[in-house]
Design a binder for this molecule. Sequence first.
Ligand SMILES: C[S@@+](CC[C@H](N)C(=O)[O-])C[C@H]1O[C@@H](n2cnc3c(N)ncnc32)[C@H](O)[C@@H]1O
Length: 322
Amino acid sequence: MNMALSPANEVSETEFFRRDVIAGLRKEQKTLPCKYLYDKEGSRIFEQICELSDYYLTRTEAGIFRDHLPHMAKLIGPDSVIIEPGAGNCEKVEPLLQALEEPRAYIPMDISPEILLAARTRIRRQLPDLKVEAHVGDFTAPEAWQGVSRQSPGGRRVIFFPGSTIGNFDPEAARQLLADFAAHLSTKDGILIGTDLVKDTVVLERAYNDSEHVTANFNKNLLTRINSELGGDFDLDAFAHRSFYHALKQRVEMHLVSLKPQRVHIAGECFDFAEGETIHTENSHKYTLEGFAEMLREAGFTLVHQWTDGGGLYAIHYAEIR
Ligand SMILES: C[S@@+](CC[C@H](N)C(=O)[O-])C[C@H]1O[C@@H](n2cnc3c(N)ncnc32)[C@H](O)[C@@H]1O
């Protein structure tokens, strides 16, 4: 496996983190980019979230893959190159790679190098003939794609984007990200992408406020990360996790609520919080089948197929550049 480092990583990941944190906390609605939730510890806690019974997304998506992998593999065809932005622990792709007819290469990309490194041994052991080329970097940054070949000498190049990661982007940014993905592909190449669907508020809010408080730990880990990497002095006991469904915007919002008036210092700057003031840390947008098909079309893709579970909780879409 080739661990390619993007120029962004070479400059200074900590400096980008510092700039984004300072800029986000200076806003009227304080905010922090959700990509920073995934340091080593955040990625570990996210894996715990995926195991929670309240968090239906991971197992529902896995069930759809289990039921429809042969159909997906047939649509993708032989000799493919699978590119996975935000690959995480690279677990979801394994059954797909195994179902595909002689896949040529797998290219996982993630902002968290530790998790990609941990996946290396496992994938090598399971698929010794597959070329695996990992890229560490921010998949929204053009630099992260520099080393990713635009040509496939064989079959299709397919972007694999499961886990409802697209839901972390506001609709306009999601449309732009899909258009950017399309620009990295050529005619006949495709995208296999998972989205969470609009559903009952109770089910949604339970998924992001689990009874074991794992999501709360995940959210608060961002403050721990700021404390350790940027010399911040967040008092973790003075903030609480809060998630709720915003029906109009069709998204679950995740916040950290200040439990008292307080001042926090980070990298030589100070930030004042009123009691009840929040830092907005993540959005998880929910889609309808029609709404997401439209978004794919607007981004330059032609929808080929959509699969859902029996309960209509989650969807996987396959679309191509025609
Ligand atoms: C919601 S998890 C999904 C992981 C995996 N694809 C799955 O479906 O289980 C998001 C993953 O994307 C990575 N990630 C989030 N934003 C990223 C970005 N802008 N660039 C690169 N990786 C990112 C995180 O480190 C994390 O591993």
